[in-house]
Design a protein around this ligand. Structure first.
Ligand SMILES: Cc1cc2nc3c(=O)[nH]c(=O)nc-3n(C[C@H](O)[C@H](O)[C@H](O)COP(=O)(O)OP(=O)(O)OC[C@H]3O[C@@H](n4cnc5c(N)ncnc54)[C@H](O)[C@@H]3O)c2cc1C
Ligand code: FES
Length: 264
């Protein structure tokens, strides 16, 4: 039988620089590079703690940005320059370079792969505008980083403490009435991507989302990350939104760490 297997072997990467993004988000730059495309992810391993997926923030050098929220991410956040972590990857699909003008819509750590896209897009002459959504001002990250990549930045906060008062999707709807975009790329909370996918469909604008589920193997064999039969780690995370929209799970059910289906 002719079968191909992806081999997943972590390599030791050394932290070379740390930047504090806000009260709980840090960016780690490493001495090593990880040739990869925007939208792909790496598995980051802390021996004795856990191994978790992280979006790739940059490839040369490799960097990740993460929020210290639980056991793994808090342990990661406590590391210092010179410390090592295990890194494997890159895994998954990536955002395509097709349109000439792309609307990027990110929430939470979803801004990480979109910033990487903006960096590559700039080199290819693709114009990007970015919407960053958050609960409030203190959760906004990467606005300056998008500007550095030549993007016009629009901010939406639930409480209106900065920018548009409302959701990133409501701001996208307003912007799409005023300007023409060839594509919409999105990464962030699933409900945001679900409503944005429906908006893109209504307006007939090709929309790509980064569909995530709890991941274990990252290479399509354990089934932990299934989304209506699609393995998010292998068939995604980046998918044209018609694919997740056609499943009964997207925007409705997620899976917990044990794999049990639970309502959003
Ligand atoms: C493909 C993919 C890419 C990812 N990329 C990134 C990335 O670039 N940066 C990043 O920070 N994380 C990223 N994650 C999430 C990451 O893998 C971990 O789930 C996250 O670091 C939390 O793990 P933990 O063990 O620290 O906390 P857990 O024990 O898993 O969670 C602790 C608590 O925090 C909550 N929680 C989890 N994540 C968040 C969050 N972001 N904000 C608020 N509460 C949260 C959980 O619901 C839980 O209640 C990605 C996940 C996937 C599937
Ligand atoms: S994490 Fe195992 S199949 Fe995706």
């Amino acid at each position: 039988m002719d079968k191909k297997f992806t081999v997943k072997i972590p390599k030791a990467f050394t932290i070379s620089r740390i930047e504090v993004e806000n009260y709980r988000v840090k960016t780690f730059y490493f001495t090593e590079s990880l040739p990869s495309q925007p939208g792909q992810f790496a598995m980051v391993w802390l021996p004795g703690v856990d191994e978790k997926p992280m979006s790739i923030n940059s490839a040369f050098p490799f960097s990740i940005s993460f929020a210290a929220v639980g056991t793994f991410s808090k342990a990661l956040s406590n590391l210092n320059v010179g410390d090592k972590v295990g890194v494997s990857g890159p895994f998954g699909t990536f955002f395509p370079y097709k349109g000439k003008k792309v609307l990027l819509v990110g929430g939470g750590y979803g801004v990480v792969p979109l910033r990487f896209f903006a960096e590559e897009a700039r080199r290819k002459g693709i114009v990007c505008e970015a919407i960053i959504g958050a609960k409030n001002k203190k959760d906004i990250i990467f606005d300056k980083r998008f500007e550095k990549e030549g993007c016009k930045v629009h901010i939406a906060t639930d409480d209106g403490s900065i920018g548009f008062k409302g959701t990133a999707v409501a701001l996208a709807e307003k912007l799409l009435k005023e300007e023409k975009f060839d594509e919409i790329f999105s990464c962030g909370p699933e409900m945001m991507m679900f409503h944005l996918s429906k908006l893109g469909k209504k307006l007939k604008i090709p929309t790509y989302v980064s569909a995530e589920r709890y991941m274990k193997c990252a290479i399509g064999i354990c089934g932990a990350c299934t989304l209506g039969g699609q393995m998010c780690c292998r068939d995604g995370t980046v998918m044209v939104s018609d694919i997740p929209l056609a499943t009964e799970d997207f925007g409705k059910f997620q899976r917990d760490k044990s794999g049990k289906k639970v309502k959003y």
